[in-house]
Design a protein around this ligand. Sequence first.
Ligand SMILES: *[C@@H]1O[C@H](CO)[C@@H](O)[C@H](O)[C@H]1NC(C)=O
Length: 311
Amino acid sequence: MSNSSSFNEFLLLAFSDTRELQLLHFSLFLGIYLASLLGNGLIITAIVCDHHLHTPMFFFLLNLSVLDLGTISTTVPKSMANSLWNTSAISYLGCAAQVFHFTFLLSTEYSVLTVMAYDRYVAICRPLHYGTLMNHRACVRMAAAAWASGFLNAFLHTTNTFSIPLCQGNTVDQFFCEIPQILKLLCAGSYFREAGALVVTICLVFGCFIFIVQSYVQIFTVVLRIPSEQGRHKAFSMCLPHLAVVSLFVGTVIFAYLKPPSISSPFLDLVLSVLYAVVPPAVNPLIYSMRNKELKNALKEFTPLVLLQQQ
Ligand SMILES: *[C@@H]1O[C@H](CO)[C@@H](O)[C@H](O)[C@H]1NC(C)=O
């Protein structure tokens, strides 16, 4: 560890050295950022203002929109500013703050998506108990647990990672600071200090994943048994937006973090990181609003499903 050094800044991946391409990157990210602000802002306003949308599903969706706004605000504005001012530097504290916020919001988002899977499971497989299982207190508790687990996870990893000396320079191969990239810079012998925390997180992520898959297996078993085509369609439209968001999120994150190092290239890493850090916050509002009307109708005509369950 003799050649370990401390830095007061990190260098982020710059998209280009050419002025035109830097401005193109700036405009592209600005467009995506504004789209995300607009989409999530509209969803938040709609849910807060419309009393018809004061149901657990929409409150969790509200959580998701807030998280999406936070996630994209952590990474994109800094990258845009760097392109505009032709720099790649981020201060040590700025980098730690990015790691903390990004990990916090991403793990909370994953927990909220898990809770939403449970919500869909209860709505479709246990409709008679929906009122009791998803009452206000239970929802607030689940939401609080999701935010607390995200906070603890981020706190654990950020303090752990930033207390280990760096040996491999201060160049981060990514347009924002995130844990896997910082881990690459750690001194070889000290990696095990973060390994324990990683194992805990991987177990939790895997547990939630099994839970989500299990919920959807049960949902599909029930839905496919609905005799009427219309009823099936309604039930599917209640859970397809959520399934789409989960697949986008889990698919890109798992691929980015668990892909074999042999297929790792800077370009692929960059595309993947844009796919899981920038695209979902901008696309999620679209996925949900596309089905919004149908969702409302599905909720209104929920009674046939309830009757079916009683038979
Ligand atoms: C998150 O969801 C819970 C439970 O429905 C709700 O009480 C809370 O207000 C939501 N919080 C945010 C920030 O959206």
